[in-house]
Write a protein that binds this ligand. Structure first.
Ligand SMILES: [Cu+2]
Length: 315
């Protein structure tokens, strides 16, 4: 009995240590990449990063707040239980307490340790539900973007800006330019105006994918035959990275997401250029043969076929 209490205490000390470390690294800047003054925020994972990614908009800020609340509740509980265990180990050790009490019930205590956790759960539940509904959709959308998950790339459409559409593929490692992130940067990022509420409508073409950009606090499944809604807003210019985070097949890794938040004027200029560029390309581009090389023979063959057909059509 004594040994088991000691080992439980040891386990708890370890838990406390982890909690203390989490607190020490509370400064969000530690866990994030930080862009220069020109590039704005960079929302991306960094080596040895702990904590959530830095918030680029209001949804992620709310997630941070909720995370802080829960963290402090966990810390308080851990400290309380740890202190209680330490006291019991010391106070009721065999030397100090040779004749153990045979008490097995204590009504007041039992009610307390039932009611108190219920109250704590209520304190967590209320802001949790509020956050879920806040993330769910925006009342006032400034523009809508349709996001389609496909095996294995993203397809974006801008119905409010002339309904142009394009595909987004990752940049191959050999083609990375300085500052670009391996397995995260793409050839055609999703460009959005800063400070605007963007309604995201997701759809899947083949299997379930998931549109996930952690620094903007957005995650939504893309399900075939079903349109789902969410929203995001970037309050700071910058580049926000994400990935498909639903295991969707061989090239699941092949679906990074880049959201570039730019000032309205820059967005308008991009839209004007993009409408021409993607209209000329019919909104679709052949899958890049190099992209699928050595990954999935079937996909590679299909991509090569599509590419050949489209290349033929263009001649
Ligand atoms: Cu996917």
């Amino acid at each position: 009995m004594r040994r088991s209490i000691v080992s439980r205490f040891a386990g708890l000390s370890a838990t406390l240590g982890v909690a203390a470390i989490s607190l020490l690294q509370g400064a969000p800047a530690l866990a994030q990449g930080s862009g220069g003054a020109d590039s704005g925020i960079v929302g991306a994972p960094v080596p040895w990063g702990i904590d959530l990614q830095r918030a680029g908009g209001p949804v992620k800020e709310s997630i941070h707040d909720f995370n802080q609340l829960v963290l402090w509740i966990i810390v308080a509980i851990t400290v309380f239980v740890g202190a209680l265990l330490a006291y019991v180990v010391w106070r009721f050790r065999a030397e100090a307490n040779p004749v153990p009490s045979r008490t097995s019930h204590h009504t007041l205590l039992e009610v307390a340790w039932t009611v108190l956790p219920v109250l704590i759960l209520l304190v967590i539940a209320v802001p949790s539900f509020r956050l879920i509904y806040y993330q769910d959709r925006t009342q006032e959308a400034d523009l809508t973007i349709n996001v389609t998950g496909r095996q294995w790339y993203w397809h974006y459409a801008y119905p409010d800006q002339g309904n142009f559409a394009f595909d987004s593929y990752p940049v191959q490692e050999a083609d990375l330019k300085p500052g670009q992130l391996r397995n995260l940067d793409v050839d055609e990022p999703l460009v959005v105006p800063v400070g605007k509420n963007i309604r995201i409508l997701t759809n899947g073409q083949d299997v379930i994918h998931s549109f996930f950009v952690p620094s903007l606090g957005v995650q939504k499944y893309t399900i075939p035959g079903r349109t789902m809604e969410t929203w995001m807003r970037a309050d700071h210019t910058g580049t926000y990275y994400g990935q498909c985070n639903q295991i969707c097949g061989t090239n699941h890794w092949f679906m990074p997401i880049v959201v570039k938040a730019v000032p309205q004027a820059e967005f308008d200029a991009w839209v004007a250029g993009a409408r021409q560029r993607f209209a000329a390309e019919g909104g679709e581009r052949p899958a890049q043969p190099v992209a699928t090389a050595g990954k999935a023979p079937a996909a590679q063959a299909a991509a090569a076929d599509d590419g050949a057909v489209l290349a033929e059509l263009r001649r």
